[in-house]
Design a protein. Structure first.
Lengths: 112, 116
């Protein structure tokens, strides 16, 4: 059955290490998004992509990087430059613009 | 600056009554609006949407109203049920500054509690 899958669900990282969060969708959606949720902050946009091999910075892109080599995959790398990486990360996809976005179940990243 | 604002962090209603969740926005270029429901440690689930060319959209117990002149939208849930207790996010879509891509911007959410 179709959906959007994030892995892993929980991730622990040592300070100074890069880590990559996986996001895969088999919905044939063009657009994909990465958000970060912190308590009391809602969902803040990190990066978004409308088509393969193209992506744009969102509102809080510093310390993050992405790639969109395949339509179904949009991995997010949290680099050591991200000052406060501990958060709940959510990936979403949509058919195109102005349609509902479907979310994965999220990845809880904790820096130890 | 926050372009999508949900000024009420929480709302408590009795089962069977109406829940009204509010959302204000500042960007007049937003042309599509959505409401999501979210439980802790899960991804948000889509509830209902509305295009800027409409002022009302209804789906079962959920109705969204859009007032473009006031840059305000609201979600009505009637009758409210205990299972509706969750965080509700308002979201809006518009072209980004480059003009060729669309951003989906979320508010901070409102925690709805429906008491039996």
């Amino acid at each position: 059955d179709g959906g959007i899958t994030q892995s892993p669900k929980y991730l622990f990282r040592k300070e100074g290490q890069n880590v990559t969060l996986s996001c895969e969708q088999n919905l044939n959606h063009d657009a994909m998004y990465w958000y970060r949720q912190d308590p009391g902050q809602g969902l803040r946009l990190i990066y978004y992509s409308q088509i393969v091999n193209d992506f744009q910075k969102g509102d809080i892109a510093e310390g993050y990087s992405v790639s969109r080599e395949k339509k179904e995959s949009f991995p997010l790398t949290v680099t050591s430059a991200q000052k406060n990486p501990t958060a709940f990360y959510l990936c979403a996809s949509s058919i195109t613009y102005n349609t509902e976005a479907f979310f994965g179940q999220g990845t809880r990243l904790t820096v130890v | 600056d926050q372009q999508v604002k949900q000024n009420s962090p929480s709302l408590s209603v009795q089962e069977g009554r109406i829940s009204i969740l509010n959302c204000d926005y500042t960007n007049s270029m937003f042309d599509y609006f959505l409401w999501y429901k979210k439980y802790p440690a899960e991804g948000p689930t889509f509830l209902i949407s509305i295009s800027s060319i409409k002022d009302k959209n209804e789906d079962g117990r959920f109705t969204v109203f859009l007032n473009k002149s006031a840059k305000h939208l609201s979600l009505h849930i009637v009758p409210s049920q205990p299972g509706d207790s969750a965080v509700y996010f308002c979201a809006a879509s518009a072209q980004d500054s480059g003009g060729s891509n669309y951003k989906l911007t979320f508010g901070k959410g409102t925690l709805l509690t429906v008491n039996p």
